[in-house]
Design a protein around this ligand. Structure first.
Ligand SMILES: Nc1ncnc2c1ncn2[C@@H]1O[C@H](COP(=O)(O)OP(=O)(O)OP(=O)(O)O)[C@@H](O)[C@H]1O
Ligand SMILES: [Mg+2]
Length: 508
């Protein structure tokens, strides 16, 4: 028999309107004390808005939020924290010059008379860190730690404030595999200690791994709340998207790969980062770059594009040696790079969608100094449709879109560019399953139009599903090149992790 469990959070009829969008529309459900509850849905479904409502970041809304049977209306995130309702931000903001302990206790330091009692502060912080099995200490300087470790500090900070519920909004997007494992074991420990977890992720494997129940939102509406063990992957996706989509990256058309080399890279190096990377890209193919986080794949593609200065090696485009010194030159020579960090490198904050999507084409749309507005709008509308942007309004400010939809705008900008060589760094990070399938389809269309594509991805099924050939990198070296025939994840991992290697002198 199901054991009766009390609710820690009760959402009742929550609605939230932004100009032109109903982000939440009468959402009601409960979160039970001590469970790991997934909040799922497509990009723009309202997940982050609901979290903001719970945590006092959004304090203007309709409906009621109850915490342990008491109606609350937090004015800001700090008030929520005082109640033990803690949110771990995706981009953890710490003061890098301060110690770990100072960051954890910030604003609530134990005092001895007028002074901060540092001894007590570090004792208390270290007790929490050791409970979390962290390998760093309260006395360490925060700025020296990795992204994953900084996230640990944010969790420790929550525990310092006696957290009863901790929310995570896509916490694993920038973590290494090892860091993900550590985070999951901490989340499970938190659960053991009776702490409730609210978990937002587009990675369904994670949801099946750690979550007890899930709530699906679609277009701001509550669709269903259910036990994770009662559904399979396909059923879950259908609830989220409202239709059948393939959960996996697959090529649906024969590869138009030719033998013509559009890009030849020889012994490319950036001193102290990566060394002697050589490969070529054929017209009409997708070349995948696999490797663990930190294997320097991003640096390689940035150096080709001119965003990092090479210290050695040559790059040829269509057989001609080029010396690309800036992204501007890269673009002029027909390369497009869709960066991994699209939030900060991808779009202009004060532009609407039409202008952001049209960015790489503005010159084309301009004749005798006049911008052809109709062409710009046609271009934008076409891609808004292709990538299923929500809301599909070309005049919507890109900065007001949900995280995943902002990413789609940046992707559309490059897809609509004239680049012959497109490089996509983690193209589907933070993008929902439905949009993933749409991006894959657009990539295939681009191949048919004669473009050539490099995809850097940490998701092995994605690299395997999309690529004609695959290059594996480790610690700043190319360690393997595969034709993608009957390859498995294990084949790639053996090289990515160093069990196997085709180069003798590894690492730099
Ligand atoms: N500050 C804002 N101004 C205007 N509209 C907003 C704002 N924040 C969110 N929205 C809109 O509210 C809707 C819900 O956005 P929300 O960020 O909650 O989605 P999400 O489910 O978190 O999506 P994702 O998976 O992409 O992160 C979207 O249509 C978005 O454009
Ligand atoms: Mg979000």
């Amino acid at each position: 028999m199901e054991k009766h469990t009390e609710s820690i959070v009760k959402f009742q009829n929550i609605s939230k309107v932004f100009p032109g969008v109903k982000a939440l529309d009468g959402v009601s459900f409960d979160i039970k004390k001590g469970e790991i509850h997934a909040l799922l849905g497509e990009n723009g479904a309202g997940k982050s808005t609901l979290l903001n409502t719970l945590h006092g970041v959004n304090n203007v809304y309709e409906g009621t939020v109850e915490i342990k049977g008491r109606k609350v209306s937090y004015k800001n995130a700090n008030e929520a924290i005082q109640d033990g309702i803690v949110k771990i931000h995706q981009e953890v903001s710490l003061i890098p010059e301060l110690t770990v302990g100072q960051n954890i206790a910030l604003g609530h330091e134990p005092r001895k008379g007028m002074f901060i009692d540092y001894k007590k502060l570090h004792q208390e912080a270290n007790a929490i860190l050791s409970k979390m099995k962290c390998s760093f200490k309260s006395e360490d300087i925060a700025g020296t730690l990795s992204t994953g470790e900084m996230q640990m500090i944010a969790i420790a900070k929550g525990l310092y404030h006696n957290a009863q519920l901790i929310s995570f909004d896509e916490p694993t997007a920038s973590l290494s595999n090892q860091e993900v494992r550590t985070l999951f074991s901490i989340i499970n420990d938190l659960k053991e200690n009776g702490i409730t977890i609210l978990y937002v992720s587009h990675r369904l494997d994670e949801v099946f791994d750690i979550c007890d129940r899930a709530t699906v939102l679609r277009d701001g509406k509550h669709i269903e709340t259910f036990n994770i063990k009662d559904v399979n992957r396909e059923q879950l996706i259908k609830k989220m998207v409202g239709r059948d989509v393939s959960a996996y990256a697959v090529r649906t058309k024969p590869s138009p790969k030719t033998n013509q080399k559009v890009l030849e890279v020889e012994d490319l190096s950036v001193k102290g980062v990566f060394e002697d990377v050589s490969f070529h890209l054929h017209k009409g193919e997708i070349l995948g770059f696999a490797g663990l986080v930190g294997s320097k794949r991003t640096d390689v593609v940035r150096a080709i594009f001119g965003a990092e200065q090479k210290s050695g090696g040559t790059v040829k485009i269509n057989g001609v040696t080029v010396n690309i010194k800036s992204p501007k030159q890269g673009v002029q020579l027909g390369i497009g790079l869709i960066p991994e960090n699209r939030k900060t490198q991808g779009f202009i904050k004060y532009f609407d969608n039409a202008n952001n999507v049209g960015l790489t084409k503005m010159e084309k749309f301009t004749k005798f100094g006049l911008l052809n507005h109709t062409k710009k709008m046609e271009n934008c509308n076409y891609y808004i449709d292709e990538i299923n942007l929500k809301p599909s309004d070309p005049h919507y400010m890109t900065s007001h879109l949900s995280g995943g939809n902002q990413q789609k705008v940046v992707i559309a900008k490059w897809l609509s560019s004239d680049a012959e060589i497109l490089i996509l760094d983690e193209p589907t990070k933070g993008v929902d399953v439905g949009a993933k399938a749409e991006i894959y389809r657009v990539l295939e269309e681009l191949l048919e139009k004669g473009k050539s594509i490099i995809v850097v991805s940490s998701e092995l099924p994605e690299v395997l599903g999309l690529s004609d050939r695959i290059i594996v990198m480790r610690e700043g070296r190319k360690v393997k090149e595969f034709e993608n025939h009957n390859l498995t994840e294990e084949d790639i991992l053996q090289y990515a992790m160093g069990v196997n290697s085709d180069v003798k002198n590894e690492g730099i």
